[in-house]
Ligand binder design. Structure first.
Ligand code: AMP
Length: 191
């Protein structure tokens, strides 16, 4: 609060400090042909090594979510857990892991999905979400969208509401959004 010499006794100034934001693209490393031939793997470990980059990523992901009350952040094994937990803490929300089969110790709901070759399964604890709870679904990368779509099906089955599907990275050329067209989708870094 600053006293000033005009019509009123005092006035309040809002001071905005603009500083140069980190470009998070510089913290994503591309590893060609990992885990198999033809895949350009987006490695987020350089981002995890930098506290400034991590803070920037969390605050920008929170900006994507906006000012809504969230009950739970649901994140997908395993890299989704990294920022999923940080988001949950900042949103004052609970955290719910979606895992590969056989990893969760309690009773689970599961959903099978198609991969390029074969099938895979995701699981969630059957008591992890309540009907009507507001959920952010988070993962590190949105590629073809099959994984996120399966996770959304699990959340929906439990009667919770997906406020946003939230990703650090989106591979636009794979059109993963099309598989999530009944949900709001937001991502930070688009390739
Ligand atoms: P998809 O089901 O095709 O959208 O694949 C998404 C899942 O696979 C996410 O959990 C990602 O962690 C992982 N993933 C797929 N493609 C990549 C990539 N190019 N770089 C890093 N992770 C990827």
């Amino acid at each position: 609060k600053i006293n000033c010499y005009n019509y009123s006794d005092s006035c309040t100034f809002k001071i905005t400090i603009n500083f140069i934001m980190l470009d998070l693209h510089n913290y994503i490393r591309e590893i060609p042909n990992f885990p198999k031939e033809g895949i350009q793997f987006k490695d987020i470990t350089p981002l995890l090594q930098s506290p400034e980059a991590m803070k920037t990523a969390v605050s920008q992901l929170l900006e994507l979510i906006g000012d809504v009350k969230i009950d739970k952040v649901v994140a997908i094994e395993s890299r989704g857990f990294l920022f999923g937990m940080l988001l949950a803490e900042k949103l004052n929300a609970g955290f719910v892991p979606i895992r590969k089969p056989g990893k969760l110790p309690g009773e689970t709901f599961s959903e099978i999905y198609e991969l390029e070759y074969g099938k895979d399964t995701l699981e969630i604890h059957s008591d992890a979400l309540k009907k009507g709870e507001k959920v952010i679904l988070h993962d590190d990368v949105l590629a073809t969208g099959g994984t996120a779509r399966t996770a959304c099906n699990l959340v929906k089955k439990m009667g919770a509401e997906i406020v946003q599907c939230n990703f650090l990275i989106e591979l636009l050329f794979l059109n993963g959004r099309n598989k999530l067209n009944s949900y709001e989708v937001a991502s930070l870094l688009k390739y």
